[in-house]
Design a protein around this ligand. Structure first.
Ligand code: NAD
Length: 501
């Protein structure tokens, strides 16, 4: 009998008899554990404990809050190898990739350690004679975070360290496909001096999310996942009167100009297209190549891709791991089949490269390259989210920019070129939230903020960094005057204006 993992409420793991979801190791299709979906009574408990913790925590000084977040950073550093292994077992990420994810998560904790600097208010002395005005940035209350499977540690850390540092409490609802990394980082946080219940975790699915979004005691929702769900979560949150930032799916293009360094470009492109089996929202899934260099480019690309390693249960000997679930593997394979049926050309076929040996083996798919793709194809419009790179061609830069701008997603894109003028024009004209110049995965550092445009985000503010601080706080503006005892101006019913006084 495999272990059942419970929820993490008020500093300890709690169990209920909710519906069971099994979690499998994607490298070998063996069951790791089960989670039970939180019953309404557990969700109620989580909300009550979050409310209590918020009322205590909001009184903590900035110095005391920083001390807790810093303590958490130390715990994460001490446990990063263990966390990377958990992510490997749950999601099939190769060890170095998982460790990279953990490191990027910790960067957000480090940013949150500097909360005293970034939460400073705004102040104006003497906006009118002897009148001063300032704005303060106060916590909103209980924040709900709903996270996807592909970054079980980093994406929650995009959210809760900053939400907590700004004075809120937080309820995390991780992906039901690979919850163990999220459970582990929650357990670690509960080893700090923070009030119990400040960070609670509840397992579950759609029903769990809907229950929490409809509860008026929760004031804000950070969501990361696919576009249809992001849109729905944004709509439900808005109806329920909450602020919401909902980050959705992507289709990220790389433009390869005729003056690009082909060897460098194909190295970078392969890393960004096939790393994590393409299960990154910033993965490069489309290469739009100048017709002038396409043959030479594809030759270099194919040679290198055929040297990639995958398919071993020992993750350390793979370049990238399996897909997260059997269902997801089937969906990616289905998209390859759609592409074939639509007349695209499969020039490297990951289905042939990896023939599954028996039903017990993992959810592996080899790297796949699809040529002769055009923007009318269904397989191009879909977010495939697997180790699949689609190839399109362009005559010139403006052709390539048009392709990008007509796509409904707007998460990331990049250009490979040795011409600064073209790169500058690209950065200016691409209708995309995150742009790379000779950088394939332009994921902003924790000091900036992460967010796409168009159907890749619903809401006004990006996640983490300065936008994160604004999202997790609400502004209060105070205007004050201390008239001397002798001041007497009489009654004036006209609209006060600052020049008058
Ligand atoms: P998903 O949308 O299926 O699930 C995300 C979360 O929403 C999970 O916790 C899940 O339990 C919950 N959920 C699922 N269906 C729901 C529903 N109908 N109502 C309410 N909640 C629901 O996404 P996924 O498959 O876990 O993750 C992959 C997707 O996430 C891809 O589309 C990827 O591009 C996207 N993603 C985006 C970013 C970004 O920053 N834009 C980052 C990582 C992943």
């Amino acid at each position: 009998m495999n272990k059942i993992r419970g929820h993490f409420i008020e500093g300890k793991e709690v169990f209920d008899n909710g519906d069971i979801i099994k979690v499998f190791n994607p490298t070998n299709n063996e069951e790791i554990s089960s989670i039970s979906c939180a019953k309404d009574s557990s969700l109620e408990k989580a909300i009550i404990s979050s409310e209590k913790a918020f009322n205590e925590w909001r009184q903590y000084s900035i110095a005391k809050r920083t001390e807790v977040i810093f303590e958490y950073k130390v715990l994460l550093e001490r446990n990063k190898e263990k966390l990377a292994k958990i992510i490997g077992e749950d999601l099939g990420k190769v060890y170095d990739d998982a460790l990279g994810e953990v490191r990027r998560g910790i960067e957000n904790v480090e940013y949150a350690c500097g909360i005293g600097e970034v939460i400073k208010g705004e102040y104006n002395k003497n906006i009118s004679t002897e009148v001063d005005s300032w704005s303060e940035f106060l916590p909103v209350g209980i924040v709900l975070g709903i996270t996807p499977f592909n970054f079980p540690a980093m994406v929650p850390m995009w959210m809760f360290p900053l939400a907590l540092a700004t004075g809120n409490s937080f309820i995390l609802k991780p992906s039901e496909k690979d919850p163990h990394g999220s459970i582990f980082i929650t357990e670690l946080f509960n080893e700090t001096k923070a009030p119990k219940g400040l960070l609670n975790l509840v397992n579950g699915d759609k029903k769990t999310v809907e229950f929490l979004i409809n509860d008026k005691r929760i004031k804000a929702v950070s969501f990361v996942g696919s576009t249809p769900v992001a849109k729905k979560v944004y709509e439900l949150s808005s109806i329920s009167g909450k602020r919401c930032q909902a980050l959705g799916g992507a289709k990220n293009h790389a433009l390869i100009l005729s003056d690009a360094n082909i060897d460098y470009t194909t190295d970078q492109l392969i890393s960004a297209a096939f790393g994590s089996s393409g299960q990154r929202c910033m993965a490069l899934s489309v290469a739009v190549v100048s017709v002038k260099i396409k043959n030479e480019f594809l030759k270099s690309l194919k040679e290198k891709v055929l040297k990639l390693k995958f398919g071993s249960e020992d993750l350390n000997s793979n370049s990238f791991g399996p897909l997260v679930t059997m269902e997801h593997l089937k969906s990616v394979e289905n998209n390859i089949k759609i592409a074939e049926d639509e007349g695209a050309e499969i020039i490297v076929d990951g289905r042939d490269l990896f023939k599954r040996k028996n039903s017990k083996s993992g959810y592996f798919l080899g790297p796949t390259i699809i040529d002769k793709v055009n923007s009318k194809m269904k397989s191009y419009k879909n977010e495939i989210f697997g180790p699949v790179l689609q190839i399109m061609e362009m005559n010139d830069l403006s052709d390539g920019i048009d392709i990008i701008n007509q796509n409904k997603f707007g998460n990331g894109c990049c250009i490979f070129t040795s011409d600064g003028h073209s790169a500058r024009a690209f950065a200016e004209k691409a209708e995309i939230g995150m742009v790379g110049i000779n950088i394939p995965l332009p994921v902003p550092s924790s000091y900036h903020s992460f967010g796409g445009w168009k159907d890749s985000i619903f809401g006004d503010l990006s996640i983490y960094g300065p936008d994160g601080v604004r999202f997790y706080t609400r502004r209060k503006t105070i205007t004050q005057r201390w008239p001397s005892k002798s001041t007497s101006e009489g009654v004036d019913l006209s609209m006060p204006n600052n020049l008058k006084q």
